[in-house]
Design a binder for this molecule. Structure first.
Ligand SMILES: Nc1ncnc2c1ncn2[C@@H]1O[C@H](COP(=O)(O)OP(=O)(O)OP(=O)(O)O)[C@@H](O)[C@H]1O
Ligand SMILES: [Mg+2]
Length: 262
């Protein structure tokens, strides 16, 4: 039997027949997503894989309440994503790290407290900065950090208010392989420490297999769900898990699924 962690079967995120069409300036439109059905349980870690332009970021932006579906529905804990976002229950770290250049690392990580008008929990911020390996850089400005360090600061910021749902769009895309592996192990540890429903968009099949309970493979034009694959590896996963024959077989299978069809 595959050793998948027992999570409560409460649904955290639900997309039902969700579609998104973007209006274009010339009066036409692009159908970015069509008939997306995704159900994510509370505490589950789901990775989304798919070719460039297939709509992965659009799915995440719908769940984050940054876009609204033009057909179907999107709910988090039975409510509209924008409502959860307004209550600061969503932690978001996207491709572009979006740190404020004039603020230090500490103040960037503290930003969600200020936005939520909550007292800044300095000990939480110090803990998160240590967690992402940025101790000693508390006072540095983003321009003084490497791309990977900026990305780690933005993940610390996404975790600042202890969100129910963490949404990550290619957070490690700019990192070198060694740092990326390290961040994967750290993210697994963060995720294991509490109930944190997580959706990760990634281009890395290995990263998806290392981190996720389930992998959704999308296909483009319009974006649809092609496959929904349970990841059978026991946790905690160690780098050795990446060297097993079963891991390699799944990498091959998913890589094939990502190749252009026809
Ligand atoms: N604001 C927008 N206006 C018009 N079209 C958009 C907009 N945002 C996304 N699209 C279109 O929707 C489709 C899906 O885009 P999306 O960014 O979700 O893809 P993606 O899978 O995240 O790609 P990548 O892997 O390159 O990040 C693309 O065809 C894109 O051109
Ligand atoms: Mg994207």
């Amino acid at each position: 039997m595959p050793d998948i962690p027992q999570t409560e079967c409460r649904e955290a995120i639900a997309l039902r027949a969700a579609g998104k069409a973007f209006a274009l300036d010339d009066g036409g439109s692009v159908v970015a997503l069509d008939g997306i059905d995704i159900s994510i349980r509370e505490g589950e870690f789901v990775a989304i894989l798919g070719p460039s332009g297939c709509g992965k970021s659009t799915v995440l932006r719908l769940v984050a309440g940054l876009e609204t579906a033009t057909s179907g529905t999107v709910h988090i804990e039975g409510r509209a994503p924008a409502e959860l976002a307004a209550h600061h229950r969503l932690g978001v770290a996207f491709q572009d790290h979006a740190l404020l250049p004039w603020l230090s690392v500490s103040d960037n990580v503290a930003l969600p407290f200020r936005v939520a008008r909550k007292p800044v929990a300095r000990d939480t911020i110090a803990r998160l900065i240590a967690l992402v390996g940025l101790s000693g850089f508390e006072n540095a400005r983003p321009s003084q950090l490497s791309g990977g360090m900026r990305q780690r600061a933005s993940i610390a910021r996404a975790l600042a208010l202890d969100p129910d749902v963490l949404l990550l769009d290619e957070p490690f895309g700019a990192l070198d392989a060694v740092t990326r592996r390290h961040m994967n192990i750290e993210l697994q540890r963060i995720w294991s420490a509490r109930t944190l429903t997580t959706v990760l968009v990634t281009h890395s099949v290995e990263e998806a297999l290392f981190l996720a309970d389930r992998i959704i493979v999308m296909t483009g034009r319009p974006g649809r769900v092609l496959r929904d694959v349970a990841v059978p590896f026991a946790r905690p996963r160690t780098p050795e898990a990446l060297r097993t024959a079963q891991f390699h077989a799944m990498v091959d299978d998913l890589t094939r699924a990502l190749e252009p069809q026809g």
